[in-house]
Design a binder for this molecule. Structure first.
Ligand code: NAP
Length: 330
C-alpha cells in the first residue's frame, strides 16, 4: 500500500455520472481536483443497458455514455486515482483528509458522489445462491439465463426496466412485488404490461430461495390471502432499492431516515462545511442520471467558491496574527 500524501483543492469521491460531471466542471474551473474510484469509472451506467432519458441523446448504451463522460472529464484535465476510500477526517482548520487504500489525499473541499450498493432482501438462500442464480445486475448476468424462467423482485424503476431487459434472454419474467401498486414510472409499467413475456405477481413476498447447485425455485407468500406457493425459476434478480455509501465520514453528517445525506438545495453542501454531496448519496425525490449530473454541477461550482473563501479567511487570519505579533498582542 502506498503511503503518499497529495494535496488538492477538491477531492471527488466516486466516478459515476455525478463524479465525472464534478470532474468536468472542476477541470473547466481550473481547480486542482482529483477523483477517487475503486472500480471502473461509470458507476451504475456500467450496469445499465440502454439510457433513453438523457436529454439530447435519444438512446445510448450505458457503457457508451459512461465512456463519453469519462473522455470529456479527462479532456478538461480531471485526474482519476484508483483506490477505495476508507475514512474521511476533518481537521479544526477545515482541511479534509481522505484516506484511501492507495494513499492519503488532503483538500479543503470534498464532494461525495459515492453512490450506493444494491439492497439485499435478507431472506434464506439469497446469500447462498449469490452468483449461482441470484443477481443484482441484469446487464451483467442476464445473458447467462437463456430460455429459462426468471423472477424479478421489486416494484421500482429498476425492477421494471431490468425485467423488460431480461425478456431478451429468459423464456418468461415474473415480476414479484409486495404491493398492488408499482412505485415505478407509469411508462415503464405500461411497457412491461405490453411485453408478452412479462407476468406480474402482486401483493407477494419471497420468503426463501431454494435449489441445489443453482436457484430452482422461490417460496412465495401472498400478503392479502396468506396463501403460500412455489415458483419454479432459473434465476432471481433482486431490485429492491439500494443503500447509499454514506458511512465514510468519521463525524456526524445530517442524513434522512434511509441514510441519504441532507444537503443545502442551493449549494449541495452537507451539514459539514466544505463537504458536498451529489447524486445517489443525496436525499431527494428521485435518482436519475440527469439529477446526478445536475447536483454535481451545483456542488462543484459551490465547492470552488467555498475553497476560495476558505483560502481568503486563512490569509486574513494569518495576516491578523502577523499584525498582532508586530503590535505585541500575541
Ligand atoms: P426504489 O425506487 O427504492 O424501489 C424499490 C422497490 O423495491 C420498491 O417497489 C419497494 O417496494 C421494493 N422493496 C423494497 N424493499 C423490499 C423488500 N424488503 N421486499 C420486497 N420489496 C421491497 O429503487 P430502484 O428501483 O432501485 O430505484 C432507485 C432510484 O433509481 C429511484 O429513484 C429510481 O427512480 C432511479 N432509477 C431510475 C431509472 C430510470 O429512470 N430509467 C432506472 C432505475 C432506477 P415498495 O414500493 O412497496 O416500497
Amino acid at each position: 500500500m502506498a503511503t503518499e500524501t497529495r494535496t488538492f483543492d477538491i477531492i471527488i469521491i466516486g466516478a459515476g455520472p455525478a463524479g465525472l460531471a464534478a470532474g468536468l466542471y472542476a477541470g473547466r474551473n481550473m481547480e486542482n481536483a482529483v477523483l477517487v474510484e475503486s472500480k471502473a469509472p461509470g458507476g451504475q451506467l456500467l450496469n445499465t443497458e440502454l439510457v433513453e432519458d438523457y436529454p439530447g441523446i435519444k438512446s445510448i448504451l450505458g457503457g457508451d455514455l459512461a465512456a463519453a463522460m469519462l473522455d470529456q472529464a479527462l479532456s478538461f484535465g480531471a485526474e482519476i486515482v484508483p483506490g477505495e476510500v476508507t475514512r474521511i477526517h476533518v481537521a479544526k482548520d477545515g482541511v479534509k483528509t481522505v484516506e484511501t487504500t492507495e494513499g492519503t489525499l488532503r483538500a479543503p473541499a470534498v464532494i461525495i458522489t459515492a453512490g450506493g450498493n444494491p439492497r439485499k432482501l435478507g431472506i434464506p438462500g439469497e446469500e447462498e445462491f449469490a452468483g449461482r442464480g441470484v443477481s443484482y445486475c441484469a446487464v451483467c448476468d442476464g445473458a447467462f439465463f437463456r430460455d429459462v424462467p426468471l423472477a424479478v423482485i421489486g416494484g421500482g424503476d429498476a425492477a421494471l426496466e431490468e425485467g423488460a431487459f431480461l425478456t431478451r434472454y429468459a423464456s418468461r419474467v415474473s415480476i414479484i412485488h409486495r404491493r398492488d401498486q408499482f412505485r415505478a414510472q407509469g411508462l415503464l409499467v405500461d411497457e412491461a404490461r405490453r411485453n408478452p413475456k412479462v407476468d406480474f405477481i402482486m401483493d407477494t413476498v419471497v420468503d426463501s430461495i431454494g435449489g441445489n447447485d443453482k436457484v430452482q425455485s422461490l417460496a412465495l407468500r401472498n400478503l392479502s390471502s396468506g396463501e403460500q406457493s412455489t415458483l419454479d425459476v432459473g434465476g432471481a434478480f433482486i431490485f429492491v432499492g439500494f443503500i447509499p455509501n454514506t458511512e465514510l465520514v468519521d463525524m456526524h453528517i445530517d442524513h434522512d431516515k434511509s441514510g441519504y445525506y441532507i444537503t443545502d438545495p442551493f449549494t449541495m453542501m452537507t451539514s459539514v462545511p466544505g463537504i458536498f454531496a451529489a447524486g445517489d448519496v443525496r436525499s431527494q425525490l428521485t435518482r436519475q442520471i440527469t439529477t446526478a449530473v445536475g447536483d454535481a454541477t451545483t456542488a462543484t461550482i459551490a465547492a470552488s467558491k467555498w475553497v476560495e473563501e476558505w483560502r481568503r479567511n486563512r490569509q486574513d487570519t494569518a495576516a491578523m496574527l502577523a499584525d498582532d505579533m508586530i503590535s505585541g498582542a500575541v
